[in-house]
Design a protein around this ligand. Structure first.
Ligand code: NAP
Ligand code: ZN
Ligand code: ZN
Length: 386
């Protein structure tokens, strides 16, 4: 997801860039000429032009690949709730035109001369990050998501072309090799796309706080993130309790791996779990009562927020101080951990449960996401844009 507090730097409102050459021919392209001022080619995409306008077809520039770049023909892009928050300026830092999309799977169509890890034809992934400073303590620790100079896939300043970075609701993208991920061959590519954000955002905190056997773990909200949280918490050996506002998701919650499903609007069901959970992962996209969940933690338990609702969520002192509970947050994951997560999914055959849509169904998909009517991640078939 885009992070307003650390990633945002102002950029000119228009993507005025040294556009527009023809789409490069991988066989003939010479990289040395591109280093100082990259040329660009045009690419079909979907963008929002204002907070209240629907997304619509457009054309955007992409830089021609430099020596360390990988050019990718996008096949699938997952639809994260962050895309909706961003397109509608709910976090107050969107500049338009905005092209969301940071759960990208595609085929390599060209590589720069210095690229070592990938070759033309490989299936690869790109998540929420496309660059960082590579030298700060966070980058050196493989935690590029906390780099003060990171470049998000959309909504950051584009160091190459000017303007803002533009995301994966597009035919193609060009990304530095270090920010491109290998995809296990046994996984369905479309169902793998959501791992690039929903997957790593839930895997990372569960790993960081060492969730595992003997622990009772709550996952709040069965959406894109939440359903991956249920799958990972179960795969890590925890006792998993899903908290949902949707009675229609109970059976799916169990099928996805929850040992128990609680309807969070039912006070009696909530009270039955008071003071009993070691860890809670909260993946809700809208305003809700955090204190009700803090009260479900044991002494020294931890509630980790990954959801990023538009408005602040009030936290009362007493649920925290009475039992030395913690309240924490977590942001996606760095590149090494994202690759680790993908490899783990390859080994354990874990992917997202998806509903495939055409690009021109994106506005309808956003409306359904707002009604919690997603089972459990929309993925855009990018062939529909061509
Ligand atoms: P999503 O697919 O729309 O799922 C959100 C779920 O939250 C819904 O399915 C629903 O689950 C629950 N929910 C929605 N409205 C609610 C309400 N008013 N009260 C209680 N529960 C409600 O969204 P997502 O893509 O998983 O993203 C979830 C949040 O995480 C978003 O805010 C997104 O921006 C953020 N995010 C953060 C990071 C990070 O790095 N921290 C990364 C990606 C996304 P039930 O039907 O089960 O109740
Ligand atoms: Zn996301
Ligand atoms: Zn850095």
């Amino acid at each position: 997801m885009a992070n307003p507090s650390t990633c945002w730097r102002k950029f000119p409102a228009n993507n005025t860039s040294p556009v527009v050459a023809q789409k490069p021919n991988p066989a003939t392209f010479h990289l040395n000429t591109l280093i100082t001022k990259p040329r660009a080619y045009s690419c079909k995409a979907y963008s929002a032009t204002a907070a209240k306008s629907p997304l619509a077809a457009t054309t955007i520039p992409r830089r021609e690949p430099g020596p360390s770049d990988v050019q990718i023909d996008i096949q699938y892009c997952g639809v994260c709730h962050s895309d909706l928050h961003f397109a509608r300026n709910e976090w107050n830092f969107t500049q338009y035109p905005a092209v969301p999309g940071h759960e990208i799977i595609g085929r390599v169509t060209a590589i720069g001369g210095a690229v070592k890890k990938f070759k033309v034809g490989d299936t690869v992934g790109v998540g929420c990050l496309v660059d960082s400073c590579r030298t700060c303590p966070d980058c050196r620790a493989g935690l590029e998501q906390f780099c003060p100079d990171m470049t998000m896939t959309y909504g950051s300043a584009d160091k190459h072309l000017g303007g803002g970075t533009l995301g994966g609701y597009a035919q193609g993208i060009v990304v530095a090799e270090e920010f491109v991920l290998r995809i296990p061959a046994n996984l369905n590519p479309a169902a793998t796309a959501p791992l690039l954000c929903a997957g790593i955002t839930t895997y990372s905190p569960l790993r960081h706080w060492k969730v595992g056997p003997g622990q009772k773990v709550g996952i709040v909200g069965l959406g894109g993130l939440g359903h991956m949280g249920v799958k990972f918490a179960r795969a890590f050996g925890a006792q998993v309790v899903l908290f949902t506002t949707s009675p229609g998701k109970v059976a799916d919650g169990r099928r996805l791996g929850a040992h128990e499903v609680v309807i969070s609007t039912d006070e009696a069901q909530m009270t039955a779990h008071a003071g009993s959970l070691d860890f809670i992962l909260d993946a809700v996209s809208a305003t809700h009562d955090l204190n009700a969940y803090l009260n479900l933690l044991k002494r020294d338990g931890n509630l980790v927020l990954v959801g990023a609702p538009e408005k602040p969520l009030p936290v009362s002192a007493f649920p925290l101080i009475m039992r030395r509970r913690s309240f924490s947050g977590s942001l996606i994951g760095g590149l090494p951990e994202t690759q680790e997560m993908l490899d783990f999914c390859g080994q354990h055959n874990i992917t997202s449960d998806i509903e495939m849509i055409r690009m021109d169904q994106i506005n309808e998909a956003y409306e359904r996401m707002l009604k919690s009517d997603v089972k459990y991640r929309f993925v855009i078939d990018m062939a529909s844009l061509k």
